[in-house]
Design a protein around this ligand. Structure first.
Ligand SMILES: [Zn+2]
Length: 225
């Protein structure tokens, strides 16, 4: 853990990032392909707009901890606000329904993005990133993406959180530049992640440590594709 490069898969260290859209950073290695996908979308009447891109460990930890402390809303599997469970393990699973484990979010890689069609977004509308939006106002954009992904002409981008894979809910809006993300994940180690947790001020830490191998099988490794 002395080489900072080893910590990149966990959202730590110093990745080589480029600000692709205001406030949204991606790994320099994917910029060319992302620009190409964006240009292709534009030629088809869409505006590929980022809603999320690179996220650091600290940022993901902050989301996790605020959900655990009741400072951010906890949503049930169907998307409704829910009571905060008192049991630490139940609370952990409730957070995992919609939020990745800090250190194991694909947004740490700089190769993954959440996208919407800015051209179809009503003025002043606050994007939620929900399946309802994918099937509603962004349906044509997603049909375009699906067609390109299926045809192998999506400049290396694919969906990762798809039905039937792992325990994370499907996220049609989440795209990954797979060949680059595979390189970033080559040296991912659960032991390193464990040691990061042991030294962090993470809520539900004991429940996460007690369940880590099992959590990895359901929430982490299925998405190393
Ligand atoms: Zn995402």
């Amino acid at each position: 853990m002395t080489d900072s490069l080893d910590l990149l898969p966990y959202g730590m260290g110093t990745p080589d990032l480029v600000e692709f859209q205001p406030g949204y950073f991606v790994d320099r290695a994917i910029v060319g392909d992302l620009q190409a996908l964006s240009d292709e979308a534009k030629a088809n009447g869409f505006e590929l707009r980022l809603e999320s891109a690179y996220r650091s460990f600290e940022k993901q930890l902050s989301i996790w901890n605020r959900k655990a402390r009741g400072e951010l809303a906890l949503l049930s599997a169907t998307g409704e606000p829910m009571e905060r469970p008192q049991d630490e393990e139940e609370l952990m699973f409730a957070i995992l329904t919609w939020s990745a484990l800090p250190g194991a979010s694909r947004h740490h890689l700089g190769t993954d993005i959440d996208v919407v069609d800015g051209a179809a977004c009503p003025e002043g509308y606050e994007v939620q990133l929900t399946p309802a939006e994918c099937e509603g106002m962004f349906a044509k954009f997603h049909a375009f993406l699906t067609e390109r992904i299926d045809a192998g002409s999506s400049f290396g981008f694919s969906r990762v959180f798809v039905p039937g894979r792992g325990k994370i809910r499907p996220e049609g809006w989440h795209l990954a530049h797979l060949s680059t993300s595979r390189k970033r994940l080559e040296h991912f180690s659960l032991d390193v992640l464990r040691s990061i947790y042991e030294r962090s001020d993470m809520e539900c830490k004991q429940a996460v440590l007690d369940n880590l191998p099992h959590l990895a099988e359901e929430y982490i490794y299925p998405y190393f594709i």
